[in-house]
Design a protein around this ligand. Structure first.
Ligand SMILES: [Zn+2]
Ligand SMILES: [Zn+2]
Length: 193
């Protein structure tokens, strides 16, 4: 069995558990238990991978619950505080993902466009989980690997090719100009004779 993805049945159990945890958190912090907040939580726990506020907003719009962006923002703040959602602040934008009973994974971050993708590397996971840290008990970890994504690499390649072409054309024009100037001086010399 693939250990990475929770089965459909497990997913439903997890959704019930996070609803319970969220309910307790809202009560103990004197926050209102609105159906919108629970609908957002459920949407997040059905989501695979990372998302940003706009993506979540669009998904909610398609569902039965139409909520404002302010509600989404506010709910995400509460969910981050009660540790049911993990917020990634990378570059200028923020992305989120569910954190309760989430499988550990690693993040590949593009330094050019800011895209974050997930990468599962069991060797690294095992190594970190089995490491005994002196005077420290680990509970979770996050790993970010920075670089350039394939989309940006392709884009950069095209930009570079266009730049080379432009330079070659400019050089070609210069050569023609030089040649013209040279033949003109030759002609004027001839006419002088
Ligand atoms: Zn990129
Ligand atoms: Zn992630």
């Amino acid at each position: 069995m693939d250990k990475r993805k929770n089965s459909a049945k497990e997913k439903e159990v997890i959704i019930e558990e996070v609803k319970q945890l969220f309910s307790e958190y809202l009560m103990s912090n004197r926050c209102r238990k609105t159906p919108e907040r629970f609908a957002i939580l459920e949407m997040i726990y059905r989501w695979e991978g990372h998302f940003d506020i706009d993506e979540l907003y669009l998904a909610m719009e398609k569902s039965k619950f139409r909520v404002s962006k302010a509600t989404i923002y506010n709910t995400l703040e509460i969910l981050t505080q009660c540790k049911l959602v993990h917020k990634h602040q990378l570059g200028g934008s923020s992305t989120y993902e569910k954190s309760y009973r989430a499988e550990p994974h690693h993040h590949l971050v593009c330094l050019q466009c800011g895209e974050v993708s997930e990468y599962h590397f069991d060797g690294i996971r095992q190594l970190i989980e089995e490491t005994k840290f002196p005077k420290f008990k680990q509970s979770q970890y996050a790993l970010y690997i920075y670089g350039i994504c394939s989309k940006c690499t392709r884009l950069n390649g095209r930009k570079k090719a266009a730049e080379t072409l432009r330079r070659k054309k400019a050089e070609g024009k210069k050569k023609v100009k030089k040649l013209n100037a040279y033949s003109k001086t030759k002609q004027t010399k001839k006419t002088k004779k």
